[in-house]
Design a protein around this ligand. Sequence first.
Ligand code: SF4
Length: 505
Amino acid sequence: MTNRMFKTGESRDQASLLPPRIDDYVGSDNPVRAIESFVCALDLAKLGFRHADRAADEMGQPPYDPADLLKLYLYGYTNRVRSSRRLEQEASRNLELIWLLRNLRPGYRTIANFRKENWEALKAVNRSFVLLIRELGLVGGSVVAIDGSFFHGDASKASIFTRKRLAEQIAKLDQEIEAYGKSLEDNDAAEAEADRTDGPDVGGGDGGDLGAKVAELMAKRSCAQADLARLKESGETQLSLTDPDSRLLVKSGQGVAGYNVQIAVDDKHKLIVESDVVNDSSDVGQLHPMAKAAQDILEAETLQVLADEGYYSSLQLKACEDDGITAYVPVPEGRQLKKGRFALKDFSYDPAGDAYRCPAGELLRPMEGRWQNASGRIEIRYASRTRTCKACPLRSRCLSPKASLRTIARWEHEDVLDRHRARMQDAGELMRRRSGIVEHPFGTIKCRAGYRHFLVRGLNKVRGEWSLMALCYNFTRVLNILGFERFMDYLAKSLTWPCVLSRPT
Ligand code: SF4
């Protein structure tokens, strides 16, 4: 029985026999040892890290070994420490890091520069780890889910201008300049009147203040005008002053100044097998590039790809089919369906007769000629007969009040969409699985790790930072799935026989 109220620590003056080696402070199954073994198995020169192939007899102060800085970043990103200043602090007080870096203490500038300068090499390491995952049999290689999520850039919404916003700003400045100009004229007139009547001074000092204010507004206007001209000349739609590549991205009414991160996730263990960062809010053009990249890295001849309706694009679906990729993407509801009128799915196509049959059982036959739509698709138009539609009881559910007949545009490769529509009929279970697969990585990275924004500026550097996030997500997950021992066993063998990490690319 103790009569102490609380547990007490040891006296700071008490002499003690601490373990004599740093290695004794790091447990034998500590994940930091997995980071050490993984980085040691990499061929950093082949992956493109700066200074990785430096000769020992080169002049000047030796730089830090890129392997040490990579270990520091892997440790940091798996432990929610990302900023270069925090990493610098941790390197001098965190025993695991002291062990990992053998008491090296790089400064924050060196740490920050490593992340900026080696963005391509970081992407290559991420790719190497995916190859390792594949070799370990942790991917199914038959079903992947694709999704995108917005991440904040290192820029505020106020620092990004669209043409419309610049034009509005110039118009507002014009109004203010006009108002100040009028005040200046009134002021001059009042002064002249006071001089003429020899009356009291009406405040000539204000005239000087007003003049300075007008000059300031004129300078702002010139800047806005120059920005607008730059935007028009470049053909871009937005101009970002802080981070030149971040963009105002809008989805479902929510706006973010940043980037759109695309991932392809294998369904077996929810591991990220392919990823990219773009600065476009729309996912429409991303389906085939992401699916093809996933297919290549998985070395899969055929692949099922699941995506949400934001990825729906007939051209992308055809590109997927041409490469042996079976895409499942919900068809967005057409405008006509939203207005309560029959949609394309209510009309059935008869390939033998080359005609559509409408809900009233009448035929829509092909018209003469071919049309090219706004997205470049070559289409054939099918039309009903005016006389039949005029007497049709379903007319109000089929035609707009001004239309006299119904037309349907059929793409020259519409059979691709017919097959897609047919397989989507039975894809309910697959589509339910999609959200479970793809939301796991984003949920873990954004909510558990708290990585909702990038710390670096510029698309390429952002891609490098994203590679670190994706790599650390996969790394932690693989350790959880395989267990420390099996993972270390594999890496130990890779030092004696060439694994994907050291094989020529
Ligand atoms: S309005 Fe014409 S196209 Fe539409 S259902 Fe009736 S007959 Fe068919």
